[in-house]
Design a protein around this ligand. Structure first.
Ligand SMILES: Cc1cc2nc3c(=O)[nH]c(=O)nc-3n(C[C@H](O)[C@H](O)[C@H](O)COP(=O)(O)OP(=O)(O)OC[C@H]3O[C@@H](n4cnc5c(N)ncnc54)[C@H](O)[C@@H]3O)c2cc1C
Length: 423
């Protein structure tokens, strides 16, 4: 009988972390994924510095370190080839501890997590696609679907964690996705090989017709993600050709990728940010991208997934202790998640507005170039270890915008900003 305490749908960072945490609490957990691991995933592939602590709690950090992964020591941002800055991650507040972000292919990272899931004693079923929920007495009582050989299956549990990512089954089944008003984005990604090692930075180039995130993921390997509006693809017949051409049309990227070669066919994924209504049914918890997706510019989806899984694990444990899996009991998770991340989501939205407004973007990036302390604080917030309140405050934003629109700005005085050393 396929009866468990908890069923987790999806073996990405959110699902793997949920399964491990719940297994640590002593629950009998099954994780189902439609894919067979290792599997790939379009992603910028850098992981916020704050994730290290959680990866250690999950028991996977040592296996990652054993591969001597790239560790990025800072972030560089350029705006429309007009302004730019590069800044190291500031130390952890109150300490002198230097901070870095992991940068390794998802193909490797997700497989290591899944191996850890199995070591933790979780029953793992790959090639198992969940197509629907079993609903009994008004609450979720399990899942059903088909495996790769088309054999139907049913698994039952007190709680189902849906960590199936942006196209997860809950969003369709319960119509939870809120319509987005923004236009539709697409992300194109490929690894490149480079004869010269790149500086260990995550480099974001904002330009027309979109932005790129570039980060080394190995000694001679670099991951290049391009995010554009789908309208830019009109009239394009060859996605790969469009990707390479668009990446290299920016002189800064041409310089950075000098003599580098694309090592694989470009992969794509819709990259539209969306938010989600909480499920109105007991026995169901949404974790990771399943609970909403913010634009990847600020690159924290993996940290968010891991941290949400940790919060969800604690709330589910409390539900088991009270034997209460009602909507009200599980909603504690959504409240806690919202409380912790709301300011970060707001920051992401502010960035969205900013990056598609070239004049304002140039001004703000130039001001940050002129004020390395503020740039470092921002980078620490993006890295999830400096509280978002530090920059999502009326004082910080007010000062920044006042400078951006103020009379002392060199840009407003008609002069182009000086090229920063980074440019
Ligand atoms: C262009 C782009 C760049 C990004 N860059 C970064 C970055 O640099 N750093 C960062 O931290 N984040 C980044 N992100 C975000 C990050 O990729 C996601 O937030 C993260 O992968 C979410 O993890 P997850 O476990 O929720 O979902 P996923 O990683 O998508 O995993 C979901 C899993 O569920 C399985 N599944 C789905 N449906 C079913 C089903 N019905 N039955 C069984 N299994 C199912 C899938 O096979 C998959 O294995 C980026 C995202 C995009 C689109």
């Amino acid at each position: 009988m396929n009866r468990y305490d908890v069923i987790v749908i999806g073996g990405g960072p959110a699902g793997s972390a949920s399964a491990i945490f719940l297994s640590h609490f002593g629950y009998k957990v099954a994780l189902l994924d439609q894919a067979t691991f290792p599997r790939d995933k379009v992603c910028g592939e850098f992981i916020s510095p704050a994730a290290d602590v959680i990866l250690e709690r999950l028991g996977v950090l040592s296996a990652i370190e054993a591969l001597s992964p790239v560790r990025l020591s800072g972030v560089a941002i350029s705006s429309y080839e007009k302004a730019g800055f590069a800044v190291e991650y500031p130390p952890l507040p109150g300490t002198a501890r230097p901070m870095t972000s992991l940068s390794l292919p998802r193909f490797v990272f997700d497989r290591l997590l899944m191996q850890r899931v199995e070591q933790a004693g979780v029953t793992v079923k790959e090639g198992h696609k969940v197509t629907d929920f079993i609903v009994e007495e008004g609450k979720i009582a399990g899942v059903r679907g088909r495996d790769d050989s088309k054999t139907p299956f049913e698994f039952r549990a007190s709680v189902v964690v849906d960590a199936g990512g942006r196209n997860c089954v809950s969003l369709r089944r319960f119509d939870l996705k809120k319509k987005s008003r923004s236009s539709s984005k697409i992300a194109l990604a490929a690894h490149w090989t480079t004869p010269h090692p790149l500086k260990k930075y995550c480099t974001m180039h904002i330009s027309h017709p979109g932005y790129t995130g570039i980060a080394p993921t190995g000694e001679n390997q670099v991951n290049v993600v391009l995010v554009v509006d789908k309208k830019s693809l009109q009239g394009e017949n060859d996605l790969h050709d469009f990707y390479v051409r668009t990446v290299l049309q920016n002189p800064l990227r041409r310089n950075l990728l000098d003599k580098a070669q694309v090592a694989e066919k470009v992969r794509s994924v819709d990259s539209l940010a969306f938010s989600v209504r909480p499920p109105q049914i007991g026995g169901l918890v949404l974790v990771g991208d399943a609970s909403g997706f913010i634009d990847p510019f600020t690159g924290e989806g993996i940290y968010l997934s891991l941290r949400s899984a940790q919060i969800a694990g604690e709330v589910i444990d409390a539900s088991f202790k009270k034997n209460d899996f009602s909507r009200e009991a599980l909603a504690v998770y959504e409240h806690a998640r919202k409380k912790e991340f709301n300011k970060k989501f707001l920051l992401s939205k502010i960035f969205q507005r900013l990056i598609y407004n070239p004049p304002l973007c140039n001004r703000v990036i130039q001001i940050l170039a002129d004020h390395p302390d503020q740039a470092a604080t921002l980078v620490g917030v993006i890295g999830d270890y400096i509280p978002a309140e530090k920059v999502v405050s009326l004082r910080f934003l007010g000062r920044l915008l006042a400078k951006a629109w103020g009379t002392d700005s060199r840009i407003l005085s008609g002069k182009e900003p000086d090229a920063s050393p980074y440019l």
